[in-house]
Design a binder for this molecule. Structure first.
Ligand SMILES: [Zn+2]
Length: 421
C-alpha cells in the first residue's frame, strides 16, 4: 500500500515535470492537428431570419446586410442586450463570426453580451464602425472577455461589450466587413490596368459569380496561383492576399519583369455565399470547402479546379500556389520537404528571405506530414499540378501594417527568386 502511494506520487511528480518542461519550451503556435478526411457531400444549412429587431426601451438591432450574423437578440436587463450567434450547421470548426447593427432612439450606454451555442467559445476581438466601411478595435477598456483563454489559443468563455448607443447606427463585427461585392469592386479596379483581366470562372451554389484575375503575360507557360477566402471570417488572410497581389501588379522594374515572364492567376473569393451569408466556415452546401479538394463535390472547388486544368492544356506549368487563411497567429503550412514538385525548395526560400527582412521575426513554418491527406487546396494542388504550395495563415489580430508588409515582401521575394531561377 505504501509502495503504491510512492508510485503514485512519483507518477504525478514526473507527469508534472513533463508538463511543465513542455510548457516552457512552447514558444510558438504549433498549428492545427493533421486534417482528416470527411464527407463533403452537400448538407443542409440554417438560414438567419433577416430583420430589424425592436428590442424595446427604444433599442434596435439589425442583420439586414451582407455578411451579417445575428441569430437571436433580446433585451435582458434595462441596459443589457444579449445576442445569440450560431453556426450555419454542425459539426463545424468553431470560428464564431458575428456582425450586426445596433442603435437607440435616445443616447444610452448598454452592456452587450455575445453568446454562442453550447460548447463554443469566443474567438474574435470586436471591431466597431459608424459606417460599415472604416473599422477600429473596440477600446479595450470597454471590452470584458476571457482573454486568458484566448491568449493561450483557446476559445474565450465570455464576451461582454460596453457600447454607447445613439440614433446613428453602430456596426459591431468580428472583423472588418469585406463581403463579395467589396472583393469584386477591388478586382474590377485592378482590372482597369492593361495587364489585368477579370473573368467569371463559375457560379457558387447560390449562383453568385466566382471571379478570377489573370495578370501579366497570358501567353506565358509559367504560372502561379493565388487563392483566398475559402473560409468566410478569415479577413486578415484576405488583406494579406490583397497586399501580395497589389505588389505583383505594382509599377516597378521587378514587377514589370516578373509579369513579362509569368502569368498570375488569382481567385480572390472562392466562397462568396459563405461570406455574404455571414457563415462561420462553410459554403451554402454546408461544407468546409478546404476539405473538398479530393472529391470536388461542391461547385466552388469544381470551378477552381476546372479553371486550373484548362490552364495546363497547352503544356503550361504552375510553379507556385498560395492560399490565404487566418488563425490565432501567423503560420505557414508547407508541403513536406521530402516531396518534390515543379521547383523544389521554392517555398522555404521565399519564406526565409521574407523573414530575414523583418527585424526580430522568425517565420513559423509547419511542413505537412509526407503522407498528409490530399484534401485541402495546397496539398491537392501540389499533388495534381506540382505547384510548390503554401497555406499562409495570418493571425486574427495581426496589425494591418504588418499584414501588408509581410504580404508585399512575400511577393517581392517570390518574384526575385522565380526570375533568378
Ligand atoms: Zn481557413
Amino acid at each position: 500500500m505504501r509502495n503504491l502511494k510512492i508510485k503514485y506520487l512519483l507518477f504525478f511528480l514526473s507527469a508534472w515535470i513533463v508538463l511543465f518542461s513542455c510548457k516552457s519550451r512552447e514558444t510558438v503556435w504549433k498549428g492545427q492537428a493533421p486534417i482528416k478526411r470527411v464527407s463533403t457531400l452537400t448538407r443542409p444549412i440554417q438560414y438567419q431570419l433577416k430583420k430589424t429587431f425592436d428590442l424595446g426601451n427604444g433599442i434596435y438591432c439589425s442583420n439586414e446586410f451582407d455578411g451579417a450574423r445575428l441569430n437571436g437578440v433580446a433585451l435582458t436587463g434595462d441596459d443589457e442586450v444579449t445576442v445569440l450567434i450560431t453556426p450555419e450547421n454542425t459539426p463545424i470548426n468553431a470560428s464564431p463570426w458575428y456582425a450586426f447593427k445596433i442603435w437607440s432612439e435616445i443616447p444610452k450606454n448598454i452592456q452587450l453580451k455575445i453568446t454562442y451555442n453550447e460548447g463554443v467559445g469566443h474567438r474574435y476581438y470586436p471591431k466597431i464602425s459608424n459606417n460599415g466601411k472604416t473599422w477600429a478595435n473596440l477600446d479595450s477598456t470597454l471590452f470584458l472577455a476571457d482573454t486568458a483563454s484566448i491568449n493561450k489559443g483557446e476559445r474565450g468563455k465570455f464576451c461582454d461589450l460596453n457600447l454607447k448607443l445613439g440614433t446613428d447606427t453602430l456596426w459591431v463585427a468580428a472583423q472588418e466587413l469585406i463581403v463579395s461585392k467589396d472583393v469584386n469592386h477591388w478586382s474590377a479596379e485592378l482590372a482597369k490596368k492593361t495587364f489585368v483581366t477579370m473573368s467569371e470562372i463559375g457560379k457558387s451554389k447560390e449562383n453568385r459569380p466566382i471571379y478570377s484575375l489573370q495578370i501579366g503575360n497570358t501567353e506565358s507557360k509559367k504560372m502561379i496561383m493565388v487563392l483566398s477566402r475559402q473560409h468566410p471570417p478569415e479577413v486578415t488572410g484576405w488583406l494579406a492576399m490583397k497586399a501580395f497581389v497589389e505588389r505583383l501588379t505594382a509599377n516597378d522594374n521587378l514587377s514589370d519583369n516578373f509579369r513579362k515572364e509569368y502569368k498570375i492567376l488569382v481567385v480572390p473569393c472562392i466562397n462568396p455565399d459563405g461570406v455574404d451569408n455571414g457563415h462561420w466556415r462553410h459554403n451554402a452546401g454546408g461544407i468546409d470547402l478546404n476539405r473538398d479538394w479530393e472529391k470536388f463535390n461542391q461547385p466552388e472547388t469544381q470551378a477552381v479546379r476546372k479553371f486550373m486544368k484548362e490552364q495546363i492544356k497547352n503544356g503550361s506549368k504552375f510553379y507556385f500556389a498560395i492560399d490565404f487563411h487566418s488563425t490565432f497567429h501567423d503560420i505557414y503550412y508547407t508541403i513536406s520537404p521530402e516531396l518534390k514538385g515543379n521547383l523544389p525548395g521554392l517555398v522555404p526560400k521565399v519564406i526565409s528571405a521574407m523573414g530575414n527582412e523583418i527585424p526580430d521575426y522568425t517565420p513559423n513554418i509547419r511542413p505537412n506530414e509526407i503522407d498528409a491527406a490530399k484534401i485541402n487546396s495546397t496539398t491537392s494542388i501540389f499533388d495534381e499540378f506540382g505547384a510548390e504550395a503554401v497555406t499562409y495563415e495570418v493571425g486574427d489580430g495581426t496589425p494591418g501594417d504588418r499584414i501588408k508588409l509581410k504580404g508585399e515582401l512575400t511577393a517581392e521575394h517570390l518574384m526575385k527568386i522565380l526570375l533568378n531561377h
